[in-house]
Design a protein around this ligand. Sequence first.
Ligand SMILES: O=C(O)C(=O)C[C@]1(C(=O)O)C=C[C@@H](O)C=C1
Length: 170
Amino acid sequence: MSDIDSSDWLRPAENPTDANAAGADAADRRLDAAAIAQASSVSDEIEAEKSSTIDEEAAANNPEVAEAVKRIEALRQTIDNIDGAVIHLLAERFKATAAVGVLKAGAGFAPADYKREDYQIARLQRIAIDAGLDTNIAEMYREFVVTESKKRHKRIADAGGDPGVLDVFA
Ligand SMILES: O=C(O)C(=O)C[C@]1(C(=O)O)C=C[C@@H](O)C=C1
């Protein structure tokens, strides 16, 4: 179990096909390294831009700004609630995948199951389309959580099936 080579389970992304293309195979929807690099260079640009602190003082002499500030504050409360819910959901997801990792390690299964992943890719693409979410965001989410679970499965396997090793970011 501990001799699993990471190249067996961290399959490189294939085909930089547009994730929104109708009829593309699940494998075609995988994010490739170039798409990830492009996304992170855009975030670097945003990071380099100037930022603003929105506060009551800025709105004091302008009712339009005051109204915008009020609406931003209300939306921020919703955003904070959503972020909290997402963290709770991720905690539950990683607890479930850690339990899968223990079972896989015990049964001698490899960390990755690409048939399952292809099903997940296709399913999340459909859900994203129905929900009005950019399908690249759905794929970025899937790629993040599944890659992280596979790393954690491997660490559990390397520890002889002990999930106690998962106290730090894998
Ligand atoms: O379902 C599994 O077999 C898992 O190990 C869980 C999971 C996931 O995070 O959803 C992780 C790795 C697999 O390649 C597929 C799915």
